[in-house]
Design a protein around this ligand. Sequence first.
Ligand code: TNX
Length: 499
Amino acid sequence: MIPAPATVHSAGIDPFLLTSRARIAGDPDAASVLTHLLDALLGETFPIADEGEIALTVDGTGAAESYRLSVDAAGVTVVGADSAGLFYGVQTLAQLVERTADGVRIPAVRIDDAPRFPYRGVMLDVARHCFDVPTVKAVIDRAALLKLNHLHLHLTDDQGWRLHLDSRPELTARGAGTAVGGDPGGFYTKDDYREIVAYAASRHITTVPEIDLPGHTHALGLAYPDVAHDPVVTPDVLAHGERAGEQPPRRGEPYEGTAVGFSSLRIHDDATYDLLRDVLGELAALTPGPYLHIGGDEAHGTDPADFAVFIERASAIVAEYGKTVVAWHEAGAAPGLARGSVGQYWGFVVPLDGMDAKARAFADGGARVILSPADAVYLDMKYDAETRIGLEWANGPTSVRRSYEWEPAEVIPGLPESAILGVEAPLWTETVRTLADIDELAFPRLASAAEAAWSPATGSSELRTWESFRERVAAQGELWTALGIAFHRSPEIPWPESR
Ligand code: TNX
């Protein structure tokens, strides 16, 4: 099972023989999720008889998102504290199904499970490459399997603006036509976005939209040049372009390269904030979840004092619309950041260059931090030097083992566990074009991030070891294959021989 449950007792009695698809009783939504998973896993070979029962219910007691699952020879019961808990119990149940020579069975167990952290996320960068709605839905399905409950959409960057907004139509008319490497651009209509948000919600996933500001805004500048500075083409940006064989950014032209930190909005012009009111207001109205992410990372083209002014004004606008700000940890250095804003830490597992202090600043302001340590959970890193796609800047390649062996409470010294909102694994897409690319980089490492977010702390459960995890990942291969997930068959994992 992945992520490892809080407590598992093997009952040591006979298993439940799964011979009845017809007798799934109780909550109809949960029943249809389970039926879908069993159909994928067992397909035509699934025997139909009429003994035993799988009962799926919500009883309103226990911690949010928790569930209890018990299996004996007579049947299976899954009781969720709420509908999310029941949904997670069903995911666990599907992971327990074993196909043996004697038929399909579910071992007798009793599981009491609840998440360690309330925020468990995956991020998809749809700006460097744009992914169609079915691909985003496929990512949502994958996240749900691992009990993740937030989908962070990185909607805008230098290379593209991917959400149509009626108040500022030029953003997509001029800012969405291209992607990295000359690949096609694209954008979501408001209906597309609503469809994504609703699909995610049906899997108990909250969408967190990001408009990356005040850097990462070259595409915005194509649409509204009055609010943007010319690209700041530093020697670093030039050298990056030369190494990568890319053209440097130029004012008025789409950017198809992969350098970062050269664009900035104008900080002291009211027109900038007029645009932000339109954009963030329309986005807030479209977004039922509590969060709007305003980026704030790598604003190397913005003077630090100006950056602080910008963060204060932009975060106040988000607050005006009744949303909670999320921002990358750099924004923690801005004294005027709206109180209660959530910080997202993307430094290393062992922090460098004061990045931990910036993350701690969010907690000092009474808010919490999402941990995305780049050298553990950045899904866009290569696994090893041979990986077909991916980057290497985060301490070199990230093996599955490295993605697993870190403990959230130990990353930011002095940050109490109560100040950790959760864990999120970002997938930046400079080198990622298709769902198969997404799968290759995300699986199995997204499972590591899910376990860090959901499962008990390292050291407080015998399941929270690399040895246990790699066995449990291996056991997921069959379900992942059945669901069409093109996971990386990492040699670090003892995959069973394919049947
Ligand atoms: C850093 S980490 C970025 C992104 C890049 C990514 C590539 C962070 C908040 N920003 O702009 O896409 O590295 O790994």
